[in-house]
Design a protein around this ligand. Structure first.
Ligand code: GLP
Length: 252
């Protein structure tokens, strides 16, 4: 832990990604114990994998139930067939939904609609979030370009759920999953930064030295739409959870 770090956004540095994931899972378990019908905002990516593994373990051990919870994922690719194994829906099914007791009808991701239908799908998603009273606890990762969800640099602080075009860096990072950059979808639907900022609590995980530079910019720079994660600075309950590698440029 590093209480001396001077950052614009609260952060805790853990000895390892696994230790950070345990801490986040523990916080969620405690919140669920007090309020089982929690509404969760959830990310995909490599970063949350140890967190989802820990939730699955806690559930198998009888220590965690999501039976009354609801989830909303941040984003989904467009241009994939429904059920495509590379979709975020399929990824969530494997990593979490099939491992815990979250009812299928309360797991939400944007539907991979045709681009022309994206505005309507985006309004539907926002409406669903409003109907359940908003997101209580939102977990995020961060892209190497500072994106949260798929809010690429330049996304407005007030942006809502919408269709976005992915940046070259984002496409390059997804190339492995898709078997080459040419197969990566160019578009997605993502919750907006305004949507994310309405969550009552926000936790951001970032691990590894590849994230060190963007973590430093997000946490120490003047908030700017050029680094979307830096816009979290004004939120009342936000915290970054880092490992030593992603935190290595802080405090310099
Ligand atoms: C993806 C997702 C983000 C995620 C980010 C980082 O594109 N849309 O929600 O936080 O990239 O991914 P990773 O955790 O694999 O580094």
């Amino acid at each position: 832990m590093s209480p001396t770090l001077r950052t614009r956004i609260a952060c805790t540095v853990y000895p390892s990604a696994g230790a950070a994931a345990l801490a986040v899972a523990d916080e969620l378990r405690a919140r669920l114990a007090g309020y089982p019908s929690l509404v969760l905002g959830l990310p995909t990516g490599n970063t949350p994998v140890p967190f989802y593994q820990e939730l699955s373990r806690l559930h198998r051990a009888g220590l965690l139930s999501l039976a009354q919870a609801t989830s909303f994922n941040l984003d989904e690719y467009l241009g994939l067939a429904p059920g495509d194994p590379r979709s975020f829906r399929a990824w969530m099914q494997t990593q979490l939904f099939s491992q815990v007791d979250l009812p299928a009808n309360r797991t939400h991701l944007p539907d991979p609609v045709e681009p022309a239908a994206a505005p309507e799908e985006s309004r539907r998603y926002e409406q669903l979030i409003r109907e359940v009273g908003g997101i209580d606890w939102m977990l995020l990762g961060i892209g190497r370009n500072g994106h949260i969800g798929f809010n690429e640099p330049g996304s407005a602080r007030t942006s809502r759920t919408r269709l976005v075009e992915l940046e070259a860096k984002t496409i390059a990072d997804a190339a492995k999953t898709f078997g080459g950059e040419q197969h990566v979808p160019r578009r997605a639907i993502t919750m907006g930064i305004g949507t994310i900022l309405e969550a009552r609590a926000i936790r951001v995980m970032a691990f590894g030295s590849a994230k060190a530079e963007i973590v430093q910019r997000a946490l120490t720079a003047e908030p700017t739409e050029l680094v979307p994660a830096s816009l979290l600075a004004g939120h009342a309950d936000v915290r970054f959870l880092l490992d030593a590698e992603s935190a290595q440029l802080l405090g310099q």
